[in-house]
Write a protein that binds this ligand. Structure first.
Ligand SMILES: [Ca+2]
Ligand SMILES: [Ca+2]
Ligand SMILES: [Ca+2]
Ligand SMILES: [Ca+2]
Length: 121
């Protein structure tokens, strides 16, 4: 078994100030420590096993493995990626496949982008 400890920063991240330091807002900082493999959808199948069951009898050969797609190959299953337009396809893959336009090239599909050209707040 592989045990991974990961420090998870609270979201949204503290706003960065000039010089790269974080502003101290006087509030309490909360950090979470995750022990164990990353399982972004909480189904007890580690992310690394969501898309591939691997060798029979191997670390990923367990019930539920190999059922997800990782369309952009970043190790994060599609269901855990940002999908602002709710079409079941991660935004990054919408953009890569050009099913969503990104006229200002900021990585946010135009249909969800409050800053896209022509759209005034
Ligand atoms: Ca999982
Ligand atoms: Ca992915
Ligand atoms: Ca989408
Ligand atoms: Ca955009």
């Amino acid at each position: 078994m592989v045990v991974v400890a990961e420090l998870v920063l609270p979201r949204p991240a503290l706003p960065a100030v000039e010089g790269g330091a974080h502003r101290d807002n006087g509030g309490q900082d909360v950090y979470y420590l995750r022990i164990g493999p990353r399982d972004c959808n909480g189904n007890r199948v580690p992310d690394s096993c969501e898309t591939d069951c691997g060798e029979p009898g191997g670390a990923c050969d367990s019930p539920g493995c190999g059922r997800s797609v990782d369309c952009n190959d970043n190790g994060v299953p599609d269901e855990c990626e940002l999908d602002c337009n709710d079409n079941g396809v991660p935004d990054a893959c919408d953009l890569a496949a050009r099913t969503s336009p990104d006229s200002n090239a900021n990585g946010v599909p135009d249909e969800c982008d409050p800053r896209r050209p022509g759209r005034e707040p």
